[in-house]
Design a protein around this ligand. Structure first.
Ligand code: F6P
Length: 531
């Protein structure tokens, strides 16, 4: 199948896909999930390629793997765990059984306690020493930060609770600047860590506890914890009623649907949070029910596989024309690259295909004035993924939103059509002539034939936001399932952690001579300069 796809790519790669694009193709090469539309007409995928790609899903058993995931089977084989973030949004669905036990009553109970706590914080019933909570600081990193931080920004129009801050980096600048902006007497600190051992988070949490302890009599009473390790949260001094636990079948980067989403819930309120969960659940239902040729997560994944594993484009730009999604690319970097950046397949054999792509991006229109030069005229093809809402939340500025939409659509059109030499000559013919005209014109040529997809939606409501995030999660699942890798472990982050622990005594003054020459010499330079 891979060979068939590669030979089809070779046979069609020099064609201008623009010649394929008409109204019929726009309908055929797009799909709807609820109100969200995914358009992949502006790619070189034709019906033959799509059929071959869909066959890949069948050949690699994606439907069976999907059903195994939803049913609670331990598909994270390397850690012997189920992968059940979908249970966190299975609000009115069937029981989900793990180790002979339905996990749904526990999920619903935790959600209820989160809701009561969020209501108390928002209403002022839960107080700090100085009265109503004005600032919430979420201390976490990776999945315990990127999801809620991205989501609070995404749902800014619905934010009517206390201010939310996110501290992740062990760089003291991060926590110091945040604490400076808050009054400890009216601050709630949420320590978000699945394991409650992550060095950055625990270091920042201790710094925050010390800061709070300087002026608040019972600092622990203004701390909540979100974790699977409830014994460790108690050792840290957080009262059990302020601990919101979850199970190891929720992966860190998939965790904002449960307790890790507490800061989001406090910001936007339990109703909006539920709407977010419902949006996720709607996408789950679509993913489980829709035929492959209409199945949005499957198609999004297949387009990604076509561009990365077949065409060889190593990166993917995510370009939300939605400023509230400005942290989406960073969130997706963890979701996609930590999940599918693997070099061996599930059975431990070397992967004979490239692993998942490098994911990067910035919101439009900002990116247009920064890196789009390379996307349009650089020598590498970068498949682009645009996101655009029909309307924003600023009704009185809708004309400005229309300008945003025009820019988004213009970019995918420009990438597809490009500008040939003749047209480029026409642009400068009144200013130059002869060899200089040729030279000037060549700089104004756009190769075009560059693929992009567009995800369009009516408005970034909590429900739509939930749909989008679940869409991306399932895309990662499908890509991983087709490649035959384990998308749910992350051994690749371990070596650096181990070496950092070993290096700590050296940066604190111990002998560096056992280290390699480069590292020892860098330590020497930093010591000479104040380390
Ligand atoms: O180091 C990677 C990682 O384990 C991520 O997978 C995770 O999201 C992050 O660290 C934070 O982990 P924790 O929530 O356990 O602090």
């Amino acid at each position: 199948m891979w060979a068939d796809l590669k030979s089809h790519f070779e046979a069609t790669k020099s064609r201008r896909f623009e010649t394929l694009v008409d109204g019929e193709r726009a309908a055929d090469f797009s799909t709807l999930a609820g109100d969200v539309r995914f358009d992949y007409a502006k790619t070189n995928i034709d019906t033959t390629a799509r059929d071959l790609l869909i066959k890949l899903l069948d050949d690699t058993g994606v439907a069976q793997k999907r059903d195994a995931m939803f049913s609670g089977a331990p598909i994270n084989e390397m850690e012997g765990r189920a992968v059940l973030h979908t249970a966190l949004r299975n609000l009115d669905g069937d029981p989900v059984v793990v180790d002979d036990k339905d996990v749904m009553p526990g999920v619903r109970n935790t959600l209820k306690s989160m809701e009561s706590f969020a209501d108390e914080v928002r209403s002022g019933a839960f107080k700090g020493q100085g009265g109503q909570i004005i600032d919430v600081i979420n201390i976490g990193i990776g999945g315990s930060d990127l999801g809620p931080a991205m989501a609070v920004k995404a749902l800014a129009p619905y934010h009517d609770g206390p201010r939310c801050h996110f501290v992740s980096n062990v760089d003291p600048a991060d926590i110091a600047q945040t604490l400076r902006a808050c009054d400890p007497a009216t601050t709630l600190v949420i320590v978000a860590s699945k394991t409650f051992t992550t060095i950055e988070t625990m270091t920042n949490a201790r710094t925050a506890m010390a800061w709070m302890g300087e002026s608040v009599r019972k600092p622990g009473a203004q701390f909540a914890a979100l974790s699977t390790a409830e014994d460790k949260t108690a050792d840290f001094g957080i009262a059990p009623d302020l601990v919101f636990g979850f199970e190891d079948w929720v992966g860190g980067r998939y965790s904002m649907w449960g307790p890790i989403g507490l800061s989001l819930m406090i910001a936007v309120g339990p109703d909006a949070f539920r709407a977010f969960l419902q949006g996720g659940q709607a996408m789950d239902r679509h993913f489980c029910a829709a035929e492959w040729h209409e199945n949005m997560p499957a198609l999004l994944a297949l387009v990604g596989i076509w561009h990365n594993q077949i065409c060889g484009h190593a990166t993917r730009a995510v370009l939300p024309y939605d400023n509230n999604l400005s942290r989406l690319p960073a969130y997706l970097q963890q979701l996609e690259m930590e999940s599918n950046g693997k070099g061996v397949s599930m059975d431990g054999a070397d992967l004979d295909l490239p692993s998942g792509p490098v994911v990067w991006g910035e919101p439009g229109t900002n990116g247009q004035h920064a890196f789009y030069q390379l996307i349009h005229q650089g020598t590498r093809v970068i498949p682009c993924e645009f996101l655009i809402a029909a309307r924003g939340h600023e009704d009185d500025l809708h004309h400005q939103h229309q300008l945003l939409v025009a820019n988004c659509l213009a970019q995918s059109e420009a990438l597809m059509k490009g500008r040939d030499l003749d047209e480029a000559r026409g642009k400068v013919a009144d200013k130059f002539e002869g060899a200089e005209l040729e030279r000037q014109a060549r700089h104004r040529v756009f190769p075009g034939n560059r693929p992009s997809v567009t995800i369009a939606y009516p408005q970034l409501t909590p429900f739509v936001f939930g749909q989008l995030i679940a869409l991306y999660e399932h895309r990662v699942f499908v890509e991983g399932a087709v490649l035959g890798i384990n998308s749910y472990d992350q051994w690749g982050v371990e070596l650096g952690k181990e070496l950092a622990t070993a290096l700590q005594p050296i940066v604190e003054g111990a002998d560096a001579s056992g280290k390699d020459g480069s590292t020892a010499s860098l330590v020497g330079f930093l010591r000479d300069n104040g380390l």
